[in-house]
Design a binder for this molecule. Structure first.
Ligand code: FVH
Length: 329
């Protein structure tokens, strides 16, 4: 029985051999070579290709709708006429498409061309999808890195753009300089699922914040208050709230939800009811905040009435998988 380690070694050997043959084959075919190929030229893919060009690299691009390549060609990119040519043009192939299904679909005519290359997938997806794609790439002799982009397109190419990577460590190290042209590159580990896991964790934190902030703007706006006038008060308050996060993290790691509690959940359940009643009274739907009251009540009913807010993580950790899936879709 081959062990996971021997299977990994075997995959590395296949990829190394394919890499060795790579340049010779490309030269034989008379193909135009570039440093990096970018597949997918939506808002994000175009920003990635542009940042690579700006850093002085030669870039081959391909997009399903060819018109999106025109502006990049004017800036120095090479447009491939099909995805196979785009993949064959570079050792490093970066994909940024809508969802994972579109990656499989787009690469279908080019799967044989992936051997010996590093395939970096920056498409948003789940940890399970990333692990499956890592196997798919390994079966085709490619080194695989999954990525999570913590930035919007205008940030790409700047240090503020954080890009998370996980998967083949050697590939990350070999292409670190090129990937660094896209933003701050942070490697999280060999498990390809780690980048999307952290990507989704950060994005859900952001959307949770947006839920509360959207509700807060709607509430003050219900009395004709201007959002811009309310803004300084809101940002100061959120700044204060951020300082509570280290205590929350410590409690979650240690399981200490009951020492030095200053805002217990029983008190919060009573106050939260007012948030719902007040919102309805102001003609604002409580739909963005109501689930939190359900969770707090569940915690109180489970014996966490005297516990800190951080203990809510135990409530969602113990939700049965089927219920989780139903709620999520
Ligand atoms: N834009 C953003 O703010 C976020 C920032 C964080 C990361 N996300 C993720 O990046 C992926 C791409 O997002 P995008 O903003 O580039 O998205 P679009 O502008 O809508 O471009 C989508 C590209 O996907 C191509 N595409 C769609 N379906 C197919 C298909 N079946 N076969 C081949 N290509 C396909 C599409 O091609 P076309 O419509 O131009 O022909 C675009 O190239 C995404 O995962 C975000 O979650 C962005």
């Amino acid at each position: 029985m081959p062990t996971a380690a021997s299977a990994r070694t075997c995959r590395r050997l296949i990829a190394r051999t394919a890499r060795r043959n790579f340049t010779i084959e490309a030269k034989k075919k008379g193909k135009q070579m570039s440093d990096v190929s970018v597949i997918g030229l939506g808002a994000m893919g175009s920003a990635l290709a542009r940042a690579l060009l700006k850093s002085g690299l030669s870039v081959t691009v391909w997009n399903r709708s060819p018109a999106k390549a025109e502006a990049l060609v004017a800036e120095g990119a090479i447009a491939a006429t099909n995805v196979k040519d785009a993949v064959e043009a570079s050792r490093l192939v970066i994909a940024c498409l809508l969802v994972y299904d579109t990656v499989y679909e787009a690469f279908e005519p080019a799967t044989d061309a992936l051997a010996g290359r590093t395939f970096v997938n920056l498409t948003n997806g789940t940890p399970a999808q990333a692990r499956e794609m890592a196997q798919w790439a390994a079966a085709r002799g490619a080194d695989y890195l999954d990525g999570g982009i913590m930035a919007v397109p205008p940030m790409i190419g700047q240090a503020e753009a954080l890009i998370l990577y996980s998967g083949a460590r050697a590939a990350f190290e070999a292409h670190g300089k090129t990937l660094g042209a896209l933003g701050a590159a942070r490697y999280l580990g060999e498990d390809a699922g780690l980048a999307p896991l952290h990507d989704i964790a950060l994005l859900t934190a952001m959307y949770g914040l947006f839920s509360g902030v959207t509700h807060a703007f709607a509430l003050t706006g219900s009395e004709k208050g201007s959002a811009e006038q309310f803004l300084p008060m809101l940002t100061n308050w959120l700044g204060a709230v951020m300082t509570w996060l280290p205590d929350m993290a410590r409690r979650i790691d240690s399981g200490d939800y009951r020492s030095n509690v200053v805002s217990n959940l029983e008190m919060q359940a009573a106050a939260f009811k007012n948030f719902i009643v007040a919102s309805e009274g102001q003609g604002v739907s409580p739909e963005l905040i109501a689930p939190m009251l359900q969770l707090i009540r569940k915690a109180v009913a489970s014996g966490y009435g005297d516990a800190d807010q951080a203990s809510l993580v135990e409530m969602i950790r113990t939700m049965p998988p089927a219920e989780t899936q139903r709620a999520a879709i």
